[in-house]
Design a protein around this ligand. Structure first.
Ligand SMILES: [Mg+2]
Length: 287
């Protein structure tokens, strides 16, 4: 069926034909729903319209420094109906990964107190100092210093597994950006002479699987919406999900032609998503 909605901005480089109808949306937060603590124009209304049409929405963030409950509180403050179960963070996914793939492991965390607490609450054994760690978990850590670097270095040199929450080189903050987990991974790779084994956040298949399980849908029923080509769009493109890049955050329209993974749609903002999901592109819902 011929798509009626969404602009095929770069048809020659589109990854695949559009599918849908979409029963669920995996929605990025920063740069997609809000920016600088304020909702983006039309975003709150768009999410309400999606929910009213029966579309499941899962908010997915690579930022492990806030819990799902914290994000849900923030969304409700902005006027978006959200419960902790509606939010998936790279921190929660790394906990699930540890419990499934390294049960009983002693973990050295390079991370902030909030993620430390999240791991501890879910029964992960955390160690201070790197000597006896089975797994090193690296994350976005604004308290990263030479002591932490040395501890993680020693654990990795000692044979610990090497896992990270998210690959982002930077994190957008109020119109600026700050160094994120990607730089800490690089520091450890360079010093320890090891490559990171698993990075669970977007665009990883670990995150895609976790999101689909949470939504209880299959890949072709999902649209990933986000502002970053290398995380949001690649999450979809590499895991069989259609994607909509929104131009309210990091990535620009001019970035699309050279992107490794091409979005299915390029949209001005989240406000353009409901008509795509609810009414089109594959002939509407409930057909
Ligand atoms: Mg974003």
């Amino acid at each position: 069926m011929i798509p009626r909605q969404g602009r095929p901005d770069h048809p020659a480089r589109e990854r695949r034909g559009r599918r849908g109808p979409y029963r669920a949306v995996i929605c990025d937060l920063d740069g997609t729903v809000y920016r600088g603590g304020r909702p983006l124009p039309g975003a709150v209304e768009a999410l309400a319209r999606l929910r009213a049409a029966g579309t499941r929405v899962l908010f997915v963030s690579n930022n492990p420094t806030r819990t799902a409950a914290s994000y849900a509180d923030r969304l409700r403050t902005l006027g978006v109906d959200a419960a902790p179960a509606d939010v998936l963070t790279s921190g929660a996914v790394v906990v699930d990964w540890l419990l499934a793939q390294a049960p009983g492991a002693r973990v050295l965390l390079v991370g902030e107190p909030s993620l430390h607490a999240e791991l501890a609450e879910r029964g992960i054994a955390l160690v201070d100092g790197g000597g006896d760690a089975d797994v090193v978990v690296v994350s976005f850590d604004r308290t990263f210093d030479y002591r932490k670097w040395m501890e993680a270095f020693r654990a990795l040199r000692g044979g610990a597994r090497f896992v990270a929450t998210n690959p982002d080189p930077t994190c957008p903050v109020d119109g600026d950006e700050v160094p994120d987990c990607g730089g800490i991974i690089a520091a450890l790779e360079a010093s320890a002479g090891r490559r990171v084994e698993v990075v669970v956040g977007k665009p990883s298949p670990v995150m895609a699987r976790a999101a689909l399980d949470r939504l209880r849908v299959v890949a072709h029923e999902v649209l990933v919406v986000g502002d970053r080509l290398e995380t949001d769009v690649s999450l979809g493109a590499r895991n069989g999900l259609d994607t909509a890049l929104v131009l309210t955050g990091v990535s620009r329209r001019a970035d699309v032609p050279s992107a490794v993974d091409q979005p299915t749609y390029v949209l001005d903002d989240l406000a353009a998503v409901p008509s795509l999901v609810v009414s089109g592109p594959a002939g509407g819902r409930g057909d």
